[in-house]
Design a protein around this ligand. Structure first.
Ligand code: HEM
Length: 292
């Protein structure tokens, strides 16, 4: 399981129950500063499950409640917002985000990191554009986390959502079936409105990410410094070729599955890390609009 899930899980524990509980939790599962999760790495599923069970014992909450709350947090917290910016800037509602995640999660499976994010199925149950049936059949059976993630997706856009899980893998069904109805806000909530400066910054980031994506090779990869040199040769402005700006663009593209790197190979370090374009089926990430 991807490190982003582990890192947001621990951030959730700290924010929900306090640093002291996180400290005891880390001791219980034998985590040390050296083994603390990193958002750029991939970890064993069992490690997360053991952590959820340990947290359940420490907090007295069921594993389902914890996973649901963590799922909501996963979609709402600043780290995901930052890392997933490439995807998030392309969607304008919770329903659009859920529809985009089939392609985006599928694209992440094409990286060499052996990720298996859930590939959602969709059904059209009615002509109401606010309704959606979402099918989840991940062997991880983490539908509680999905429930919370759907709530978090709605909250991101100031919407309410009615969720009914009509079939569940944990009760023997072949897939979980979520019937969803979104209620858009009467007016855009103030907290979601970005300042013109923030919007301009986001647009610039997206443009830089697209330039980086176009320039990366499809095999062997290149280091950050090689990428920088190539961009400088093409007269890309100095502010855009700063290593920090390039790393951010690469990070955003990696979290959309569009760029792969050697970050999970033995002996990896940032100066030697190589980046290349992940193969896509059917061109760049497309965000569906309207009905599936
Ligand atoms: C917005 C950017 C998003 C990114 C970058 C992202 C990325 C990921 C990654 C990397 C994993 C771990 C997969 C693995 O390591 O094998 C994952 C798992 C998961 N994602 Fe997402 N995701 C995003 C949005 C969403 C949304 C909108 C939903 C649903 C509302 C969602 C639902 C889930 C669930 C339920 C899991 C874990 C359960 C399972 O694997 O079956 N994600 N996601």
């Amino acid at each position: 399981m991807h490190g982003l899930i582990f890192v947001t899980w621990e951030k959730y524990l700290a924010e929900r129950f306090g640093e002291e509980l996180l400290h005891v939790y880390r001791k219980t599962i034998g985590e040390t500063p050296a083994t603390a999760p990193l958002a750029s790495r991939v970890y064993n599923d069992d490690t997360l499950l053991a952590g959820v069970h340990a947290a359940s014992k420490l907090t007295g909450l069921t594993t389902d409640t914890l996973l649901r709350e963590a799922g909501r947090y996963y979609l709402m917290n600043g780290l995901t917002t930052h890392r997933c910016a490439y995807i998030l800037t392309q969607v304008r509602s919770a329903r659009e985000l859920l529809l985009a995640m089939q392609g985006a999660h599928l694209q992440m499976r094409r990286t060499p990191d052996k990720l298996i994010p859930p590939v959602f199925g969709y059904e059209m149950a009615s002509t109401n554009p606010n309704e959606l049936v979402l099918i989840y059949d991940s062997p991880r059976h983490m539908c509680s986390m999905l429930w919370g993630a759907i709530e978090g997706a709605a909250e991101r856009y100031g919407e309410r959502v009615r969720i009914a899980e009509r079939a569940c893998m944990k009760q023997g069904a072949a897939a979980c079936r979520f019937e969803l109805c979104f209620f858009p806000p009467a007016q855009a909530p103030a907290v979601r409105i970005e300042s013109p400066q923030q919007m301009a910054r986001r647009r610039t980031q997206q443009q830089l990410a697209n330039v980086v994506l176009a320039i990366l090779p499809t095999s062997n990869g290149m280091t950050l410094l090689e990428l920088r040199a190539l961009l400088q040769l093409r007269n890309v402005s100095a502010s855009h070729t700063r290593p920090i700006a390039l790393l951010e663009a690469l990070n955003h593209l990696q979290h959309a599955g569009l760029v792969s790197s050697t970050s999970n190979q033995p002996g990896d370090d940032l100066s030697q890390r190589r980046y290349w374009r992940t193969p896509t089926a059917g061109g760049p990430l497309s965000v569906p609009r309207g009905h599936p």
